[in-house]
Design a protein around this ligand. Structure first.
Ligand code: IMO
Ligand code: MG
Length: 415
Protein backbone atom coordinates (compact mmCIF):
# COMPACT_ATOMS: atom_id res chain seq x y z
CA UNK A 1 0.00 0.00 0.00
CA UNK A 2 -0.83 2.67 -1.12
CA UNK A 3 -0.27 1.41 -4.69
CA UNK A 4 -0.72 -2.37 -4.77
CA UNK A 5 -0.70 -4.30 -8.03
CA UNK A 6 -2.32 -7.72 -8.39
CA UNK A 7 -1.11 -9.78 -11.36
CA UNK A 8 -1.61 -13.34 -12.54
CA UNK A 9 1.43 -15.63 -12.69
CA UNK A 10 0.04 -18.19 -15.13
CA UNK A 11 -2.30 -18.15 -18.16
CA UNK A 12 -5.16 -16.34 -16.43
CA UNK A 13 -7.95 -17.57 -14.13
CA UNK A 14 -5.58 -17.64 -11.18
CA UNK A 15 -8.17 -16.22 -8.79
CA UNK A 16 -7.10 -12.58 -9.11
CA UNK A 17 -10.69 -11.46 -8.50
CA UNK A 18 -10.93 -12.84 -5.00
CA UNK A 19 -7.43 -11.73 -4.00
CA UNK A 20 -8.13 -8.24 -5.34
CA UNK A 21 -11.36 -8.23 -3.32
CA UNK A 22 -9.52 -9.19 -0.12
CA UNK A 23 -6.98 -6.41 -0.62
CA UNK A 24 -9.58 -3.88 -1.81
CA UNK A 25 -11.31 -4.08 1.56
CA UNK A 26 -8.46 -1.91 2.82
CA UNK A 27 -8.48 0.36 -0.22
CA UNK A 28 -10.59 3.23 -1.47
CA UNK A 29 -10.10 2.66 -5.20
CA UNK A 30 -9.60 -0.36 -7.40
CA UNK A 31 -8.45 -0.02 -10.99
CA UNK A 32 -8.71 -2.20 -14.11
CA UNK A 33 -5.70 -1.20 -16.20
CA UNK A 34 -5.72 -3.48 -19.26
CA UNK A 35 -7.85 -5.89 -21.24
CA UNK A 36 -11.58 -5.68 -21.65
CA UNK A 37 -14.57 -7.93 -21.16
CA UNK A 38 -12.37 -10.96 -21.84
CA UNK A 39 -11.61 -11.11 -18.10
CA UNK A 40 -13.75 -13.32 -15.92
CA UNK A 41 -13.32 -12.56 -12.25
CA UNK A 42 -15.44 -14.39 -9.72
CA UNK A 43 -15.79 -13.67 -6.05
CA UNK A 44 -18.32 -15.19 -3.68
CA UNK A 45 -19.46 -12.85 -0.93
CA UNK A 46 -22.04 -14.07 1.58
CA UNK A 47 -22.90 -17.02 -0.65
CA UNK A 48 -23.58 -14.75 -3.61
CA UNK A 49 -21.47 -15.55 -6.64
CA UNK A 50 -20.46 -12.34 -8.37
CA UNK A 51 -18.86 -12.41 -11.80
CA UNK A 52 -17.11 -9.45 -13.33
CA UNK A 53 -15.89 -9.08 -16.89
CA UNK A 54 -15.24 -5.36 -17.13
CA UNK A 55 -15.25 -3.79 -13.70
CA UNK A 56 -12.61 -4.84 -11.18
CA UNK A 57 -13.97 -7.53 -8.84
CA UNK A 58 -12.47 -5.61 -5.92
CA UNK A 59 -15.33 -3.13 -6.33
CA UNK A 60 -17.63 -5.61 -4.59
CA UNK A 61 -15.85 -4.60 -1.37
CA UNK A 62 -17.07 -1.02 -1.79
CA UNK A 63 -13.84 0.38 -3.22
CA UNK A 64 -14.55 2.73 -6.11
CA UNK A 65 -13.94 1.04 -9.46
CA UNK A 66 -11.82 2.79 -12.09
CA UNK A 67 -11.24 1.90 -15.72
CA UNK A 68 -7.94 3.20 -16.99
CA UNK A 69 -6.90 4.27 -20.47
CA UNK A 70 -5.12 1.04 -21.38
CA UNK A 71 -8.32 -0.98 -21.35
CA UNK A 72 -10.78 -1.52 -24.20
CA UNK A 73 -14.15 -0.74 -22.72
CA UNK A 74 -17.38 -2.59 -23.24
CA UNK A 75 -19.89 -0.03 -21.98
CA UNK A 76 -22.80 -2.48 -21.88
CA UNK A 77 -20.81 -4.64 -19.48
CA UNK A 78 -19.95 -1.63 -17.34
CA UNK A 79 -23.65 -0.80 -17.07
CA UNK A 80 -24.61 -4.38 -16.19
CA UNK A 81 -21.91 -4.71 -13.57
CA UNK A 82 -22.82 -1.41 -11.93
CA UNK A 83 -26.32 -2.91 -11.59
CA UNK A 84 -24.83 -6.13 -10.22
CA UNK A 85 -23.04 -4.12 -7.54
CA UNK A 86 -26.26 -2.25 -6.74
CA UNK A 87 -28.03 -5.57 -6.29
CA UNK A 88 -25.69 -6.39 -3.40
CA UNK A 89 -26.09 -2.94 -1.90
CA UNK A 90 -22.83 -1.51 -3.24
CA UNK A 91 -23.61 1.85 -4.80
CA UNK A 92 -20.50 2.94 -6.59
CA UNK A 93 -20.07 4.83 -9.79
CA UNK A 94 -17.00 3.92 -11.80
CA UNK A 95 -14.43 6.47 -12.91
CA UNK A 96 -13.65 5.95 -16.58
CA UNK A 97 -10.60 7.37 -18.34
CA UNK A 98 -11.60 9.67 -21.20
CA UNK A 99 -8.78 8.13 -23.24
CA UNK A 100 -9.84 4.50 -23.09
CA UNK A 101 -10.83 2.99 -26.42
CA UNK A 102 -14.21 1.37 -26.75
CA UNK A 103 -15.17 -2.04 -28.08
CA UNK A 104 -17.73 -1.92 -30.88
CA UNK A 105 -19.96 -4.72 -32.18
CA UNK A 106 -17.77 -4.76 -35.29
CA UNK A 107 -14.79 -5.76 -33.14
CA UNK A 108 -16.55 -8.91 -32.04
CA UNK A 109 -17.42 -9.71 -35.63
CA UNK A 110 -13.82 -9.20 -36.71
CA UNK A 111 -12.60 -11.30 -33.78
CA UNK A 112 -14.62 -14.31 -34.90
CA UNK A 113 -13.82 -13.66 -38.56
CA UNK A 114 -10.05 -13.73 -37.95
CA UNK A 115 -10.36 -16.80 -35.74
CA UNK A 116 -12.31 -18.49 -38.55
CA UNK A 117 -9.54 -17.70 -41.01
CA UNK A 118 -6.98 -19.35 -38.79
CA UNK A 119 -9.07 -22.53 -38.84
CA UNK A 120 -6.84 -25.26 -37.31
CA UNK A 121 -4.58 -22.66 -35.74
CA UNK A 122 -7.24 -20.55 -34.05
CA UNK A 123 -6.11 -18.93 -30.80
CA UNK A 124 -9.35 -19.72 -29.04
CA UNK A 125 -10.05 -16.11 -28.12
CA UNK A 126 -12.91 -15.19 -25.82
CA UNK A 127 -14.69 -13.65 -28.81
CA UNK A 128 -15.05 -10.34 -26.99
CA UNK A 129 -13.48 -8.28 -29.75
CA UNK A 130 -10.30 -7.62 -27.80
CA UNK A 131 -7.71 -8.07 -30.58
CA UNK A 132 -9.54 -5.94 -33.17
CA UNK A 133 -10.27 -3.18 -30.61
CA UNK A 134 -6.60 -2.95 -29.66
CA UNK A 135 -5.54 -3.09 -33.28
CA UNK A 136 -7.80 -0.12 -34.12
CA UNK A 137 -6.22 1.70 -31.21
CA UNK A 138 -2.73 0.98 -32.51
CA UNK A 139 -3.81 2.11 -35.97
CA UNK A 140 -5.06 5.32 -34.36
CA UNK A 141 -8.51 4.87 -35.84
CA UNK A 142 -10.16 3.67 -32.63
CA UNK A 143 -12.97 5.47 -30.88
CA UNK A 144 -12.27 6.74 -27.41
CA UNK A 145 -14.72 7.06 -24.56
CA UNK A 146 -14.76 10.85 -24.74
CA UNK A 147 -15.59 10.76 -28.47
CA UNK A 148 -18.95 9.29 -27.54
CA UNK A 149 -19.86 12.62 -25.96
CA UNK A 150 -19.10 14.68 -29.09
CA UNK A 151 -21.53 13.96 -31.89
CA UNK A 152 -19.63 15.56 -34.74
CA UNK A 153 -16.25 14.09 -33.89
CA UNK A 154 -17.88 10.72 -33.40
CA UNK A 155 -19.62 10.76 -36.78
CA UNK A 156 -16.39 11.62 -38.57
CA UNK A 157 -14.49 8.89 -36.77
CA UNK A 158 -17.15 6.31 -37.51
CA UNK A 159 -17.10 7.25 -41.18
CA UNK A 160 -13.36 6.76 -41.32
CA UNK A 161 -13.55 3.49 -39.44
CA UNK A 162 -16.11 2.21 -41.93
CA UNK A 163 -13.82 3.19 -44.76
CA UNK A 164 -10.80 1.54 -43.16
CA UNK A 165 -12.59 -1.75 -42.51
CA UNK A 166 -14.87 -1.69 -45.53
CA UNK A 167 -17.69 -2.60 -43.17
CA UNK A 168 -20.78 -0.87 -41.81
CA UNK A 169 -20.46 0.19 -38.17
CA UNK A 170 -23.54 -0.41 -36.08
CA UNK A 171 -24.46 0.17 -32.46
CA UNK A 172 -22.86 3.59 -32.18
CA UNK A 173 -26.02 5.49 -31.26
CA UNK A 174 -26.74 3.08 -28.44
CA UNK A 175 -23.21 3.44 -27.12
CA UNK A 176 -23.35 7.24 -27.32
CA UNK A 177 -26.61 7.14 -25.37
CA UNK A 178 -25.13 4.79 -22.81
CA UNK A 179 -22.12 7.07 -22.42
CA UNK A 180 -24.42 9.91 -21.38
CA UNK A 181 -25.13 8.02 -18.17
CA UNK A 182 -21.44 8.30 -17.39
CA UNK A 183 -20.85 11.97 -18.25
CA UNK A 184 -19.89 12.74 -14.66
CA UNK A 185 -17.60 9.71 -14.50
CA UNK A 186 -15.57 10.21 -17.67
CA UNK A 187 -12.44 11.91 -16.44
CA UNK A 188 -8.70 12.45 -16.61
CA UNK A 189 -8.09 9.41 -14.49
CA UNK A 190 -4.30 9.77 -14.52
CA UNK A 191 -4.52 13.09 -12.66
CA UNK A 192 -6.95 11.70 -10.11
CA UNK A 193 -4.84 8.60 -9.46
CA UNK A 194 -1.63 10.59 -9.08
CA UNK A 195 -3.28 12.88 -6.54
CA UNK A 196 -4.77 9.97 -4.62
CA UNK A 197 -1.46 8.13 -4.43
CA UNK A 198 0.39 11.32 -3.47
CA UNK A 199 -2.02 11.66 -0.59
CA UNK A 200 -1.39 8.12 0.61
CA UNK A 201 -4.79 6.78 -0.43
CA UNK A 202 -4.78 3.01 -0.95
CA UNK A 203 -5.36 1.97 -4.54
CA UNK A 204 -5.44 -1.60 -5.88
CA UNK A 205 -4.55 -2.25 -9.50
CA UNK A 206 -6.38 -5.42 -10.52
CA UNK A 207 -4.75 -7.25 -13.39
CA UNK A 208 -6.67 -9.32 -15.88
CA UNK A 209 -5.44 -12.36 -17.81
CA UNK A 210 -2.01 -13.57 -16.73
CA UNK A 211 1.67 -12.96 -17.38
CA UNK A 212 1.90 -15.81 -19.89
CA UNK A 213 -0.88 -14.13 -21.91
CA UNK A 214 1.07 -10.83 -22.06
CA UNK A 215 1.45 -9.71 -25.67
CA UNK A 216 5.20 -9.11 -25.24
CA UNK A 217 6.25 -11.53 -22.53
CA UNK A 218 3.78 -14.38 -22.96
CA UNK A 219 3.56 -17.40 -25.22
CA UNK A 220 3.06 -15.35 -28.40
CA UNK A 221 1.02 -15.66 -30.58
CA UNK A 222 -1.18 -17.56 -28.10
CA UNK A 223 -1.67 -14.50 -25.93
CA UNK A 224 -4.12 -11.66 -25.46
CA UNK A 225 -3.69 -8.25 -27.11
CA UNK A 226 -2.51 -6.22 -24.13
CA UNK A 227 0.35 -6.12 -21.65
CA UNK A 228 -0.95 -7.93 -18.62
CA UNK A 229 2.13 -7.35 -16.50
CA UNK A 230 3.11 -4.72 -13.94
CA UNK A 231 4.47 -2.23 -16.47
CA UNK A 232 1.00 -1.84 -17.93
CA UNK A 233 -0.10 -0.14 -14.71
CA UNK A 234 2.33 2.69 -15.35
CA UNK A 235 1.47 3.25 -19.00
CA UNK A 236 -2.26 2.77 -18.63
CA UNK A 237 -2.71 4.85 -15.48
CA UNK A 238 -0.05 7.45 -16.20
CA UNK A 239 1.76 6.97 -12.93
CA UNK A 240 5.46 6.61 -12.19
CA UNK A 241 7.11 3.45 -10.83
CA UNK A 242 7.66 4.92 -7.38
CA UNK A 243 3.89 5.07 -6.89
CA UNK A 244 3.78 1.29 -6.72
CA UNK A 245 4.59 -0.02 -3.29
CA UNK A 246 3.80 -3.69 -3.66
CA UNK A 247 3.30 -6.32 -6.35
CA UNK A 248 1.22 -9.35 -5.46
CA UNK A 249 1.38 -12.40 -7.73
CA UNK A 250 -1.58 -14.75 -7.81
CA UNK A 251 -1.16 -18.39 -8.83
CA UNK A 252 -3.31 -21.47 -8.68
CA UNK A 253 -1.98 -24.52 -6.81
CA UNK A 254 -1.88 -26.20 -10.24
CA UNK A 255 -1.98 -24.83 -13.79
CA UNK A 256 -4.83 -24.16 -16.22
CA UNK A 257 -5.15 -22.65 -19.62
CA UNK A 258 -8.15 -21.82 -21.84
CA UNK A 259 -7.63 -21.60 -25.56
CA UNK A 260 -4.81 -22.93 -27.68
CA UNK A 261 -1.03 -22.83 -27.19
CA UNK A 262 1.85 -24.64 -25.51
CA UNK A 263 1.39 -26.15 -22.05
CA UNK A 264 4.32 -28.37 -21.00
CA UNK A 265 2.75 -29.78 -17.82
CA UNK A 266 -0.69 -30.42 -19.32
CA UNK A 267 -2.45 -33.54 -18.05
CA UNK A 268 -4.23 -35.34 -20.82
CA UNK A 269 -5.02 -38.46 -18.80
CA UNK A 270 -7.56 -39.41 -16.14
CA UNK A 271 -5.98 -37.22 -13.44
CA UNK A 272 -6.52 -34.23 -15.74
CA UNK A 273 -10.21 -35.05 -15.93
CA UNK A 274 -10.40 -35.39 -12.15
CA UNK A 275 -8.58 -32.09 -11.62
CA UNK A 276 -10.87 -30.29 -14.07
CA UNK A 277 -14.02 -31.61 -12.42
CA UNK A 278 -12.88 -31.01 -8.84
CA UNK A 279 -11.66 -27.54 -9.67
CA UNK A 280 -14.74 -26.76 -11.78
CA UNK A 281 -12.35 -25.61 -14.45
CA UNK A 282 -14.74 -24.14 -16.97
CA UNK A 283 -14.30 -20.58 -18.25
CA UNK A 284 -16.20 -17.78 -16.46
CA UNK A 285 -16.52 -15.76 -19.66
CA UNK A 286 -17.07 -18.47 -22.25
CA UNK A 287 -17.93 -21.67 -20.34
CA UNK A 288 -15.19 -23.56 -22.21
CA UNK A 289 -13.48 -26.46 -20.40
CA UNK A 290 -10.04 -25.35 -19.27
CA UNK A 291 -6.95 -27.42 -19.96
CA UNK A 292 -5.31 -28.46 -16.68
CA UNK A 293 -1.89 -29.59 -15.52
CA UNK A 294 0.65 -29.66 -12.72
CA UNK A 295 2.49 -26.61 -11.43
CA UNK A 296 5.28 -25.35 -13.62
CA UNK A 297 8.07 -23.76 -11.60
CA UNK A 298 10.35 -22.60 -14.47
CA UNK A 299 7.46 -20.67 -16.06
CA UNK A 300 6.22 -19.26 -12.74
CA UNK A 301 9.75 -18.11 -11.87
CA UNK A 302 9.85 -16.24 -15.14
CA UNK A 303 6.51 -14.56 -14.37
CA UNK A 304 7.72 -13.53 -10.93
CA UNK A 305 10.79 -11.92 -12.46
CA UNK A 306 8.87 -10.00 -15.14
CA UNK A 307 6.58 -8.47 -12.50
CA UNK A 308 9.10 -8.11 -9.66
CA UNK A 309 6.61 -9.86 -7.40
CA UNK A 310 6.92 -9.25 -3.64
CA UNK A 311 4.69 -12.02 -2.40
CA UNK A 312 2.30 -14.67 -3.63
CA UNK A 313 -1.31 -15.62 -3.07
CA UNK A 314 -1.82 -19.32 -3.79
CA UNK A 315 -5.39 -20.27 -4.74
CA UNK A 316 -7.57 -23.39 -4.97
CA UNK A 317 -5.35 -25.53 -2.75
CA UNK A 318 -8.46 -27.50 -1.74
CA UNK A 319 -8.82 -28.89 -5.26
CA UNK A 320 -5.63 -30.93 -4.79
CA UNK A 321 -6.96 -32.90 -1.81
CA UNK A 322 -7.50 -36.58 -2.32
CA UNK A 323 -4.66 -37.05 -4.79
CA UNK A 324 -2.28 -39.79 -3.73
CA UNK A 325 0.74 -38.03 -5.21
CA UNK A 326 1.23 -34.46 -6.38
CA UNK A 327 3.75 -33.47 -9.00
CA UNK A 328 5.60 -30.21 -9.47
CA UNK A 329 7.67 -29.51 -12.56
CA UNK A 330 11.01 -28.12 -11.39
CA UNK A 331 13.05 -28.23 -14.58
CA UNK A 332 12.82 -29.06 -18.28
CA UNK A 333 14.66 -31.60 -20.31
CA UNK A 334 15.46 -31.27 -23.99
CA UNK A 335 17.15 -34.04 -25.98
CA UNK A 336 18.35 -35.72 -22.79
CA UNK A 337 19.77 -32.57 -21.18
CA UNK A 338 18.34 -30.10 -18.71
CA UNK A 339 17.61 -26.72 -20.24
CA UNK A 340 17.22 -23.34 -18.65
CA UNK A 341 14.13 -21.36 -19.51
CA UNK A 342 15.17 -17.91 -20.60
CA UNK A 343 11.82 -16.90 -22.08
CA UNK A 344 8.53 -18.67 -22.68
CA UNK A 345 9.47 -19.27 -26.29
CA UNK A 346 6.81 -21.38 -27.95
CA UNK A 347 9.46 -23.14 -30.03
CA UNK A 348 11.31 -24.24 -26.91
CA UNK A 349 8.25 -25.05 -24.79
CA UNK A 350 6.80 -27.23 -27.53
CA UNK A 351 9.82 -29.52 -27.34
CA UNK A 352 10.71 -29.72 -23.66
CA UNK A 353 9.83 -32.53 -21.29
CA UNK A 354 8.99 -31.51 -17.71
CA UNK A 355 11.09 -32.99 -14.91
CA UNK A 356 8.90 -33.55 -11.87
CA UNK A 357 9.37 -33.95 -8.18
CA UNK A 358 6.67 -35.91 -6.42
CA UNK A 359 5.08 -35.04 -3.11
CA UNK A 360 2.68 -37.03 -0.97
CA UNK A 361 -0.89 -35.83 -1.12
CA UNK A 362 -3.37 -35.52 1.72
CA UNK A 363 -6.81 -37.10 2.18
CA UNK A 364 -9.93 -35.60 0.69
CA UNK A 365 -11.38 -33.06 3.08
CA UNK A 366 -15.01 -32.06 3.35
CA UNK A 367 -16.30 -28.53 2.91
CA UNK A 368 -16.72 -28.46 6.67
CA UNK A 369 -13.07 -29.45 7.22
CA UNK A 370 -11.97 -26.58 5.01
CA UNK A 371 -14.23 -24.15 6.83
CA UNK A 372 -12.62 -25.21 10.06
CA UNK A 373 -9.15 -24.78 8.60
CA UNK A 374 -10.06 -21.27 7.40
CA UNK A 375 -11.10 -20.37 10.93
CA UNK A 376 -8.22 -22.04 12.74
CA UNK A 377 -5.49 -20.96 10.36
CA UNK A 378 -2.26 -22.19 8.81
CA UNK A 379 -1.27 -24.70 11.49
CA UNK A 380 -4.50 -26.62 11.08
CA UNK A 381 -3.76 -27.55 7.46
CA UNK A 382 -2.78 -31.20 6.92
CA UNK A 383 1.01 -31.64 7.18
CA UNK A 384 1.33 -32.61 3.52
CA UNK A 385 -0.66 -29.58 2.40
CA UNK A 386 1.68 -27.30 4.35
CA UNK A 387 4.63 -29.14 2.88
CA UNK A 388 3.24 -28.59 -0.63
CA UNK A 389 2.91 -24.84 -0.01
CA UNK A 390 6.34 -24.56 1.62
CA UNK A 391 7.96 -26.47 -1.23
CA UNK A 392 6.53 -23.96 -3.71
CA UNK A 393 7.79 -21.06 -1.59
CA UNK A 394 11.24 -22.58 -1.52
CA UNK A 395 11.32 -23.29 -5.24
CA UNK A 396 10.12 -19.80 -6.13
CA UNK A 397 12.04 -17.94 -3.44
CA UNK A 398 9.02 -15.80 -2.52
CA UNK A 399 6.70 -15.94 0.48
CA UNK A 400 3.16 -17.21 0.05
CA UNK A 401 1.11 -14.99 2.33
CA UNK A 402 -2.42 -16.03 1.41
CA UNK A 403 -3.59 -19.56 0.77
CA UNK A 404 -7.06 -19.44 -0.73
CA UNK A 405 -9.63 -22.22 -0.69
CA UNK A 406 -12.26 -21.61 -3.36
CA UNK A 407 -13.85 -18.35 -4.47
CA UNK A 408 -15.72 -17.65 -1.24
CA UNK A 409 -14.50 -14.76 0.85
CA UNK A 410 -13.55 -16.07 4.30
CA UNK A 411 -12.27 -19.35 2.89
CA UNK A 412 -8.61 -18.53 3.08
CA UNK A 413 -5.63 -18.84 5.36
CA UNK A 414 -3.37 -15.87 5.92
CA UNK A 415 0.18 -16.88 6.73
P1 IMO B 1 -8.90 -13.59 -16.51
O1 IMO B 1 -8.84 -12.13 -16.25
C1 IMO B 1 -7.89 -16.98 -19.03
C2 IMO B 1 -7.20 -16.18 -23.31
C3 IMO B 1 -8.18 -16.75 -24.31
C4 IMO B 1 -7.28 -16.97 -25.51
C5 IMO B 1 -6.32 -15.77 -25.45
C6 IMO B 1 -6.72 -14.62 -26.34
O2 IMO B 1 -10.15 -14.25 -16.09
O3 IMO B 1 -7.67 -14.27 -16.00
P2 IMO B 1 -8.61 -12.74 -26.18
O4 IMO B 1 -10.11 -12.86 -26.12
O5 IMO B 1 -8.03 -12.03 -25.00
O6 IMO B 1 -8.13 -12.19 -27.50
O7 IMO B 1 -8.10 -14.27 -26.14
O8 IMO B 1 -6.34 -15.34 -24.09
N1 IMO B 1 -7.80 -15.33 -22.24
C7 IMO B 1 -7.93 -15.73 -20.97
N2 IMO B 1 -7.66 -16.91 -20.37
N3 IMO B 1 -8.34 -15.96 -18.28
C8 IMO B 1 -8.60 -14.75 -18.86
O9 IMO B 1 -8.91 -13.68 -18.14
C9 IMO B 1 -8.43 -14.61 -20.26
N4 IMO B 1 -8.61 -13.60 -21.14
C10 IMO B 1 -8.20 -14.05 -22.34
O10 IMO B 1 -8.73 -17.95 -23.84
O11 IMO B 1 -6.50 -18.12 -25.33
MG1 MG C 1 -11.12 -15.84 -15.53
Amino acid sequence: MPGTVVVGLQWGDEGKGKISYLLSREAEYVVRFQGGANAGHTVVVDDKELRFNMLPAGAASGARPCIASGTVVDLNEVMEEVQLLKSIGVNVSPLISRNANIVLPIHRELDSMIEGMRSGEALGTTGRGIGPAYSDKALRIGIRIEDLLHREILENKVKFLEKAHGLKITGIDELAKLAENFIENICSLEIILNDLLDNGVNVIFEGAQGTLLDIDHGTYPYVTSSNTTVGAVLTSCGIGPRKISEVVGVMKAYTTRVGAGVFPTELKDESGVILRERGREYGTTTGRPRRVGWLDIPLTRYCIKINDVDWIALTKLDVLSGFDKLKICVEYELDGETVKLTSPSVRLLERVKPIYIELDGWPKLSKKDWEEISTKGWDSLPDNAREYVETIEELLGKPIKIVSIGARVGMEVVK
